[in-house]
Design a protein around this ligand. Structure first.
Ligand SMILES: [Zn+2]
Length: 193
């Protein structure tokens, strides 16, 4: 009953966003019922390149002294770079791929769209739910790390980030999943399936 109520709420909100805010864009929302609303909104903004990255702030006329990626300090910080192309993101994706090989999580991602769009997802419902949740946890973890590094100076290793992805996805699935409610941390920590 709880799930039905929450599901209707998410669906209603998604329709509201689509109808009010997305009239001018071909990209509709792809919202996952297993992740928090704030994360779905974050993913939606990332796909539309509307995150407050340094590249976007520059475009909006914010006078930044440094437009380089907060994580690598090598190139201009766009959402595509930060979440997919940066060495930190690549290392994390590769680590997730090793951990989640059983659900065919890829070792390389070309774009945020590749990660979110459905054609590359496994077709089985349980695996797909895991795939959707882990991919969104990965993007959220990178963005959160970027912000804590920028504003609090906290450095995290690839292993710490992988641990965060595992914990986030586990907690989201435990509380919201249809197919993965009964997963155990000891199993999940080794292999999602
Ligand atoms: Zn970078």
């Amino acid at each position: 009953m709880w799930y039905v109520i929450r599901s209707v709420t998410v669906r209603s909100l998604r329709k509201e966003v689509d109808s009010k805010l997305l009239d001018t864009t071909p990209k509709h929302t792809i919202w996952s019922p297993t992740v928090p609303i704030k994360t779905n909104v974050f993913i939606w903004r990332a796909r539309l390149d509307r995150l407050p990255t340094r590249a976007n702030l520059n475009r909006r006329g914010v006078n930044l002294q440094d437009d380089k990626c907060v994580l690598c300090n090598l190139v201009e910080e766009s959402a595509q770079h930060l979440l997919v192309e940066c060495s930190t993101a690549k290392e994390l994706i590769a680590s997730i791929s090793l951990w989640a090989a059983s659900i065919k999580f890829p070792a390389f991602i070309n774009s945020i769209e590749d990660l979110i769009c459905q054609q590359v997802h496994p077709t089985k419902s349980k695996e797909r739910e895991m795939w959707d949740t882990i991919s969104r946890a990965m993007l959220w973890t990178i963005w959160s790390f970027r912000n804590t590094l920028l504003f609090e100076g906290k450095v995290k290793t690839n292993m710490m980030l992988l641990r965060e992805v595992k914990e986030l996805a586990y907690n989201w699935l435990k509380s919201r999943s249809v197919f993965c409610k009964h997963i155990k941390w000891s199993d999940w920590n080794c292999n999602p399936l």
